[in-house]
Design a protein around this ligand. Structure first.
Ligand SMILES: Cc1ncc(COP(=O)(O)O)c(C=O)c1O
Length: 380
């Protein structure tokens, strides 16, 4: 089955044996009747499994070309489940530019539980290898990174992780399975904040994991059930519906992303544009190799690196909405230093490029001319 068919039909068999509904019903139930203790129709309690969530988990596995999908109450809950595979004394190598909430989870929760984290620029595979020691268990990659849009060579990292017998996890939130399929490139695990492009309509918070290996899936399923941070049936329905148009939306996000990046790239007040589709992007070659297109996430800085100018821009936009999050049909603008990445100390974030004037745009699927007009007036 091709990707554009998988988004609609992938993993969807025998959806509604009761009435033949084309969409999986929202099974808004916590429990299921049994005819005798342990005799049931495959579902006994909705923390362990729920038919609407199962339909979504099968769809997730299908679009990522994996075998097992798991849906969680948020992206961070999904990351939390992965980290629970580790034991005190284990070490993790992570991208140095990553979502601020992931950084907070690593350094404020799991570091206290005895896990050690190394943050490195993963565009350089040698820098990753230099941090590997006998305690290293997991490589955590985010690509493109949030918000600097660095692109990491997944295939090179997969070779490295296999050589050292490590687990390679890729946060695929920005690219989605439409643009990039980490499992095909050798990663062991792919993670999503499904809140973003998978849901696609800014109306749900959810996370997901997809793996190929049964033993790894079993461990993660155990954690999902034992810790209980599951996705609810209504949210599962919404993300399943979102995935059905993922291929169409990502195509338009990428087209509009290009238009916005190219416009900003020629604007006299703009210092630098970060979008992997631009030929002057330092990782353009690897982006071209591992991604189908370059997506709708665009970051930029303004000349003079002035905090107040950035704030003024965010207050002036009209079609773009100033808001946290990304990946919905509507265009959003954010100021990472004071919003999504405020939990990262200033010295740390500035090392990776998250300076005061940095603006991150989630370019939506509106008409491109309205988006450019809006940027023009706000920058003016
Ligand atoms: C790249 C990335 N990973 C993970 C997360 C966390 O996901 P959630 O907000 O669904 O918990 C986010 C949220 O913005 C993100 O952008």
């Amino acid at each position: 089955m091709k990707f554009n068919t998988k988004t609609i039909h992938g993993g969807q068999h025998n959806i509604d044996p009761a009435y033949g509904a084309v969409m999986p019903p929202i099974y808004q139930t916590s429990t299921y009747s049994q005819t005798s203790p342990g005799a049931h129709k495959g579902f006994e309690y909705s923390r362990s499994a729920n038919p609407t969530r199962t339909a979504l988990e099968n769809s997730l596995a299908s679009i990522e070309n994996g075998k097992f999908g798991l849906a969680f109450g948020s992206g961070l809950a999904a990351i939390d489940a992965v980290l629970k595979l580790l034991k005190p004394g284990d070490e993790v190598i992570s991208t140095n530019d990553l979502y601020g909430g992931s950084y907070r989870l690593f350094t404020s929760i799991f570091e206290d539980l005895g896990i050690k984290f190394h943050f490195v620029g993963m565009e350089n595979t040698k820098a990753v290898e230099a941090k590997i020691n006998s305690n290293t268990k997991l490589i955590w990659a985010e690509t493109p990174t949030n918000p600097m849009m660095n692109v990491i060579d997944i295939e090179a990292l997969a070779k490295l992780s296999k050589k050292h017998n490590l687990l390679l996890a890729v946060d695929n939130t920005f690219a989605t399975a439409y643009l990039q399929q980490p499992l095909n490139l050798g990663a062991d695990l792919v993670m999503h904040s499904a809140t973003k492009y998978l849901g696609g309509h800014s109306d749900v918070v959810m996370g997901s994991l997809v793996v190929k290996d049964k033993a790894l899936a079993d461990k993660l399923y155990f954690i999902q059930n034992a810790s209980g941070a599951i996705a609810g049936p209504m949210d599962s329905f919404l993300v399943l519906r979102g995935i059905k148009t993922l291929h169409l939306r990502m195509q338009r996000h990428s087209e509009n992303g290009r238009a916005v990046a190219e416009y900003l790239n020629t604007h006299p007040k703009v210092e630098k544009v970060y979008w992997p589709g631009l030929e002057n992007h330092p990782n353009h070659a690897i982006a071209k190799k591992q991604m189908k297109d370059f997506g709708g996430m665009v970051s930029f800085t303004t000349k003079g690196n002035n905090y107040e100018d950035a704030i003024k821009f965010t207050e002036k936009v009209k079609v773009f909405t100033l808001a946290e999050s990304l990946g919905g049909v509507e265009s959003l603008a954010g100021h990472p230093a004071s919003m999504t990445h405020a939990s990262i100390p200033k010295e740390e974030r500035e090392k990776t490029g998250v300076v005061d004037s940095l603006i991150r745009l989630s370019v939506g699927i509106e008409d491109e001319t309205d988006l450019i007009e809006d940027l023009k007036q706000a920058l003016g």
